[in-house]
Design a binder for this molecule. Structure first.
Ligand SMILES: Cc1ncc(COP(=O)(O)O)c(C=O)c1O
Length: 426
C-alpha cells in the first residue's frame, strides 16, 4: 500500500497514525479498509469476472474478526474456514451458509456437526478417516454434503519450511498413492451422504513464483484423468488453494494474474483438448488479501545499547501480537510514525516485551535515533498477526481499528485483564 507521510507523521488510509495511537492506545492493529476492498476488486476483475465459473474463498485464518467477515461477505466473496471458531464467526457475521467452505487436517465431530447443521457449501476432506465421519454426521442429521478431497501433490515450494504444505512429507492432504486415494474417491462417488465435487491442493504460503502451483496443477489434472478413466467420474470443481506472496520488506508482490492466468490457461487447455466443459475453479487467498492492508503501532519503551554489539529498542508488544519472526524468521520493516520524515542516523533492533530472547520483531533497522514514547509502525502485519495473537506472559490482545478515507472505527476492542482471566477458576 502507498505510504503517505504528512507533517513528519505516517498516515494510513488518510488517518494520522500518531493520533490513532493516542486515541486507542498501543499496541494497535490498523487496517486500511480501502486496501482490503482493493484486493477483492483485483480478484474480481482478474479472476471472477475474467473467467466463468470461478470463485474466491478468502482464507479466514489470515485475519477474521467479525468486521472482516462482514467485509468479505459484502465484497461478495466466499470464505474458507478451518475450525469451529472460524465457522462460528462466519455464522455470527451473517455469512450465507452456502458460501462457507471448510478445510483442516483434523476436524472434530463437533465441528463437522456444526458445518452439516449449518448446511455449509463444501467440506474439503483432508484425511482417510474424514469421509466416514462426515457420512456418519450426515446420516445422523438426515443431510448431504458436497465434498472435495485435498491431495498432497508432493511438490516443494520456495518458501520457509514451516509454511510449505504441498511436499510429500506433510501433515496436510491425502498422499497421492493410487491404492489409497482412488478407493476413497470411489467411496465418495458411491456414497448417499456426500456428493463428490472435486479435488483441492494448497502448496504453501508466501510464494513469489508460480512454479509449485503449476507443478501441483499438473499432478491434480493427472488425477482428474485417472478418476475419469478408472472410476468414470468427472470432477465438477478444482480448488487451487492460496499461497500468493506479498511485500514484507523488499519483495515485490506479484499480481494475482501472474499465478492465475497460467493456471487457468493450463486448465482450459486440458479441458478443451478433451472436448469437455471446464469445471468450477476456486482459490483461497488469505495473506495476499490481508497482509499489506495492516500495520501495527507500538510505543517505544526501554532502549539498551550494548556497545559494539547491538542497540535494543523495546516496544510494548512483540511475539504475542506477531509470532511470525520468532516462528519462522519472518522479516518486516517499519518506521517511527511520529518522525516519519527524519533521516535515519541509527541502527537498532526492535524487540518485544515477552520473556523470550527470540522475541525480536526487526533486526538491524535504520531509523532516526529513537526515544521512549516514539510510536513505531511495522508494515504488512495484517495477515497471521492478530489471528495468531496469544496471551503469553499474560499480555492482553491488542485492539483492531479499521480506517478508510480519514475515518477510523474500532472493530475489536482491546482485551482487558478481566477478559483474560474470565474463564479461570480459583
Ligand atoms: C488450505 C489452505 N487454503 C488457503 C490458505 C491460505 O494461504 P495464504 O494465506 O498463503 O493465501 C492456507 C494457508 O495455510 C491453507 O492451508
Amino acid at each position: 500500500m502507498e505510504k503517505e507521510v504528512k507533517d513528519n507523521r505516517l498516515y494510513w488510509d488518510g488517518c494520522d497514525t500518531v493520533q490513532l495511537a493516542e486515541k486507542y492506545g498501543t499496541p494497535l492493529f490498523v487496517y486500511s479498509e480501502g486496501e482490503l476492498i482493493g484486493r477483492f476488486d483485483e480478484l474480481r476483475r482478474d479472476f471472477v469476472e475474467k473467467y466463468e465459473n470461478t470463485r474466491v474463498a478468502y482464507a479466514a485464518k489470515a485475519f477474521f474478526p467479525l468486521a472482516m467477515a462482514k467485509l468479505v461477505e459484502d465484497c461478495g466473496m466466499c470464505v474458507d474456514v478451518v475450525s469451529g471458531g472460524e465457522l462460528y464467526t462466519a455464522v455470527k457475521a451473517g455469512f450465507p451458509a452456502e458460501r462457507i467452505e471448510f478445510n483442516g487436517n483434523n476436524k472434530s465431530r463437533e465441528e463437522l456437526e456444526l458445518a452439516v447443521e449449518y448446511g455449509i457449501g463444501r467440506i474439503i476432506i483432508d484425511s482417510l478417516q474424514e469421509l466416514a465421519l462426515i457420512e456418519d454426521v450426515c446420516r445422523e442429521k438426515g443431510r448431504t454434503m458436497k465434498v472435495l478431497f485435498r491431495i498432497t501433490p508432493g511438490v516443494k515450494s520456495s518458501t520457509h519450511d514451516y509454511i510449505v504444505t504441498g511436499k510429500k512429507d506433510s501433515k496436510f492432504g491425502i498422499p497421492l498413492d493410487d491404492d489409497v486415494i482412488l478407493p476413497q474417491l470411489k467411496a465418495a462417488i458411491e456414497s448417499e451422504y456426500v456428493e463428490l465435487y472435486g479435488l483441492h491442493f494448497h502448496v504453501g504460503s508466501q510464494l513469489l513464483d508460480n512454479v509449485s502451483h503449476l507443478q501441483a496443477l499438473d499432478i491434480l489434472l493427472d488425477l482428474v484423468t485417472k478418476v475419469r478413466d478408472q472410476l468414470g467420474y468427472e470432477m465438477k470443481e478444482l480448488n487451487l488453494g492460496g499461497g500468493f506472496g506479498v511485500t514484507y520488506v523488499d519483495e515485490k508482490r506479484p499480481p494475482y494474474s501472474y499465478f492465475l492466468d497460467p493456471m487457468m490457461e493450463k486448465i482450459e487447455g486440458y479441458y478443451s483438448q478433451k472436448g469437455l466443459p471446464r469445471p468450477n475453479v476456486v482459490i483461497e487467498p488469505g495473506r495476499s488479501v490481508a497482509a499489506e492492508a495492516g500495520i501495527t503501532l507500538y510505543t517505544v519503551g526501554s532502549i539498551k545499547e550494548i556497545k559494539g554489539v547491538r542497540k535494543y529498542v523495546s516496544v510494548d508488544g512483540g511475539m504475542t501480537d506477531n509470532i511470525r519472526p520468532a516462528l519462522y524468521q519472518a522479516e518486516y520493516t517499519g518506521v517511527l510514525a511520529n518522525r516519519a520524515q527524519e533521516a535515519a542516523n541509527d541502527v537498532v533492533t526492535i524487540c518485544g516485551k515477552c520473556c523470550e530472547s527470540g522475541d525480536i520483531l526487526i533486526r538491524d533497522l535504520s531509523v532516526p535515533k529513537p526515544a521512549a514514547g516514539d510510536v513505531f509502525a511495522i508494515y504488512s502485519t495484517g495477515a497471521y498477526g492478530y489471528s495468531m495473537a496469544s496471551n503469553y506472559n499474560k499480555n492482553t490482545i491488542p485492539a483492531v481499528v479499521f480506517v478508510r478515507d480519514g475515518k477510523d472505527r474500532l472493530v475489536v476492542r482491546r482485551q482487558t485483564y478481566d477478559d483474560m482471566i474470565a474463564n479461570e477458576i480459583i
